[in-house]
Design a protein around this ligand. Structure first.
Ligand SMILES: Cc1cc2nc3c(=O)[nH]c(=O)nc-3n(C[C@H](O)[C@H](O)[C@H](O)COP(=O)(O)O)c2cc1C
Length: 244
């Protein structure tokens, strides 16, 4: 007997989107615990479960955000360049196609939804700064990994991140994963007492979506299946050999 189909998995996958404006309504500690409790069932290589997450809210979140805002004012050059991350490179530099175009498209759509004209650097910087308030979500999550771990564990953390985002949907909550926090890894580390042996990989905003906010009405486009998937059900003819 095969197992029964899970009823809501596809709906949660299709409905998840990055939310960048939230209602002020708080999220109970119990709900956050339920989300993380579900996410710990994420698979990982040889069940290593390498993820760590710090849940930040209330005065601690305010302090973290204020500290980063202060450093943003003092060190505007930190956000120059393609790489969002500080301790690791998220993107190739220079970014190649088709990735560059996809990145630009979602950026332009987002700025347009916020009424920001192309080339308005001050407004773009202010908009980017909303990352460092967790987009006003009541809860911020910071994800870390031990520095000694390899790429495999980063795959595992990615699966864990998506598991948190999908579990959040189950409770009517929304999220935005945020590589942006990695740029201020030193500040995050200090404020949240993260040991030097851990890399600050990314953050995540968590809360109840404000669906009246125009920024939440954009949907990032996806490439069609045939651009990334290939089906092989016959032996491939290789150059110089004949396939019987
Ligand atoms: C690991 C990771 C880091 C991200 N970092 C940021 C970020 O710093 N700021 C932001 O606004 N969105 C961030 N995003 C959201 C992406 O821009 C978003 O997932 C993508 O455009 C697809 O849109 P969707 O999530 O709405 O489907 C991040 C996503 C991932 C998976």
């Amino acid at each position: 007997m095969p197992r029964h189909p899970s009823p809501n998995a596809l709906a949660a996958l299709l409905e998840r989107q990055s939310i960048r404006a939230f209602q002020p309504e708080q999220v109970s500690r119990h709900t956050i615990e339920q989300i993380l409790d579900a996410a710990r069932y994420a698979p990982s290589g040889t069940n290593t479960q390498p993820w760590h997450v710090i849940v930040v809210s209330g005065a601690a979140k305010t302090r973290l955000c204020e500290h980063v805002a202060q450093v943003r004012r003092a060190e505007p050059e930190r956000e120059a360049g393609a790489n969002v991350a500080g301790e690791y490179r998220y993107y190739s530099d220079p970014m190649t196609e088709p990735y560059l175009s996809r990145r630009r498209r979602v950026g332009w759509d987002m700025y347009r939804s916020l009424g920001i004209a192309k080339g308005d650097r001050a407004a773009s910087r202010d908009a980017a700064g909303r990352n460092y308030r967790f987009f006003d979500a009541p809860v911020g999550l910071i994800f870390t990994l031990e520095r000694v771990l390899e790429k495999g564990s980063w795959i595992d953390l990615g699966i864990f991140l998506q598991s948190v985002m999908i579990a959040a949907r189950h409770y009517g909550l929304d999220t935005c994963a945020q590589g942006a926090w990695a740029r201020y890894h030193d500040i995050v580390r200090k404020e949240l007492a993260i040991p030097d042996g851990h890399v600050v990989v990314c953050g995540m905003a968590l809360g109840y979506a404000d669906m009246h906010a125009p920024v939440n009405t954009i949907r990032a486009q996806r490439e069609p299946l045939d651009t990334f998937a290939r089906f092989v059900d016959q032996p491939l003819a290789t150059k110089g050999s004949t396939v019987a």
